[in-house]
Design a protein around this ligand. Structure first.
Ligand code: GRF
Length: 197
């Protein structure tokens, strides 16, 4: 069965990117990462992509420039790689319909919290703080399609609950979230790529 083509968009460290690259290289996911694009020049994930001999592209957004034009140019860039799926693996920019219209039911995002909780940045810290305030007892990770401009919102592919323990420091909780993210991404991409669709 032909391998699916994954375009990964990142903004940071790229631990999820690395987990996906590894799972593709080990043929756990029937796919190859065909391009990695970052909106941040110093995103360490770009180095990880280069190390794996994957095209690694810095596509800058200049403050104050037109958001729709950026998304148009980003879509053109991504389309050149004819991806089956566009994977937001720590991509920290909201995508408009100027991008999303080209990839219906093809854009997949990870959010380090449960559905309808802590959308936006610093979700892990905010969840931990909410736990300390007695507002929640658990958080989690979700992976969902991105159909529109809703932030960390869309049809859910998979989610996993993660309990927070009284002895947890933020770093412990963060480590468990990231470990879960890497497994969940692999599981979701297997679901999407390892059948005959
Ligand atoms: C992850 O926690 C992801 O859920 C969030 O940004 C973080 C990216 O981490 N959207 P990494 O760059 O994959 O290490």
């Amino acid at each position: 069965m032909a391998k699916k083509r994954l375009a990964l968009l990142i903004s940071g460290n790229g631990s999820n990117l690395q987990a996906i690259i590894n799972a593709c290289q080990n043929e756990i996911i029937n796919a190859e990462v065909v391009v990695v694009i970052s909106n941040r020049k110093d995103a360490y994930g770009l180095k990880k992509a280069e190390k794996a001999a994957i095209p690694a592209i810095y596509h800058p957004y200049f403050k104050g420039s037109d958001r729709n034009l950026y998304d148009d140019s980003l879509s053109k860039l991504v389309l050149q790689y004819t991806p089956d799926f566009v994977v937001l693996a720590g991509w920290m920019r909201k995508l408009s319909m100027h991008f999303l219209r080209y990839f219906p039911m093809k854009v997949v995002n990870i959010h380090p919290a449960l559905p309808d909780t802590f959308p936006g940045t610093h979700a892990i810290e905010r969840a931990f703080h909410a736990y300390q305030e007695g507002e929640i007892t658990q958080s989690g990770v979700m992976i969902h399609y991105v159909p529109d401009e809703g932030v960390d919102d869309g049809p859910i592919l998979l989610q996993k609950i993660i309990k927070i323990n009284p002895e947890d420091q933020l770093a412990d909780f963060e480590d468990r979230i990231h470990e879960t993210e890497h497994h969940l991404f692999t599981e979701v991409l297997c679901m999407l790529c390892n059948n005959s669709r």
